[in-house]
Write a protein that binds this ligand. Sequence first.
Ligand code: AMP
Length: 395
Amino acid sequence: MKTVEQYDFAGKRALVRVDFNVPLNEQNEITDDNRIVAALPTIEKILNDGGSIVLMSHLGRPKGQPSEKFSLKHIVKHLSETLNRNVKFASDCVGEEAFELSAGLQPGDVLLLENLRFYKEEEKGDEGFAEKLSRHGDVYVNDAFGTAHRAHASTTVVAKFFPEARMFGYLMAAELKNAEKVLNSPERPLTAIMGGAKVSDKILLIESLLDKVDNLIIGGGMAYTFSKAFGGNIGKSICEADKLDLARELVAKAKEKGVNLVLPVDCKIADDFSNDANTRYASNSDIPDGWEGLDIGPESIKTFKDVIRGSKTILWNGPMGVFEFDNFTDGSRQVAEAIVEATRNGAFSLIGGGDSAACIAKFNMDDDVSYVSTGGGALLEYMEGKELPGVKAIG
Ligand code: AMP
């Protein structure tokens, strides 16, 4: 794997694709700078070598139009403070001003380009646009794992203009190494914990994991489709009526492949989709009409924890319940606690993708697991066995 580690950036201008798609509040202040922090090792390596940097990123979904709301100028102050230097800003990523600024960079300088998605060419993977971007650097570094599954101009196409000098940043390299460890060389037993709202979002991942894992735990909203598929009454719990056959097929496949598929047997139900709803515990196959399961119940928690504690490699994707409501976080919290305990006892734990990362952060356990991925869709696609265009482009 070609990474920044082996490259000497002295006197070079590095064009670095980062994922600075950070959340901003109404006052355009950054509410969580994890994505910036995650890119720091790569930025520091280049600067310490004596190179200069042109940073490029997207922010939100401006749909090919410039917009005040999605301007990356909002992050310049925070980025300057974080890097302890004055970050320059180009208000059009491929305008004349941007090329003048990048041409004038001195060792130690950092330039941030305006949101790439102000041009529709970015998401289209337009070659002319990619070529323009390539003029900003002598070397191309991709450190944006979160967008590695997109064949966009800045994540994929631009790499062809750097046949001799394209490489992964530290974040990208770490993401790939950790995902690979789970997929290709896990210490066993290997357990995947899947949760979240819908089975349909994760079918491909579940199918591909069935070839790899020893245990597959399924919780969260998607579990009710399984309960329903086997004749349970699930009240008004979230369910995908057109996926009942699929749920039965997945259970049969697990059996055929000798995978221990663990489904919840009980749940915490509510008479309304709200934190203040009335609650009770119920069997997953016997939820009264008008009630819905919003978290896993105590028996399921116990079984899930036992399986997790006995695992040597763990992948967690998706919460066990509606963790955004404090009264329905217990299942996710206890699963997280078991993962932390297994990690302390030597297991490797990868927390992957969007909501599970948000969950582990909410519980302040980020530092107690082996790795929290910054990629949502990208990690899922990688785990499904797909080749990511942004990874392939580096070669
Ligand atoms: P995903 O993006 O597919 O990982 O889904 C995450 C979302 O699933 C979170 O916002 C959770 O609130 C939601 N979720 C988890 N369990 C349930 C449930 N039992 N009913 C409804 N939504 C759920």
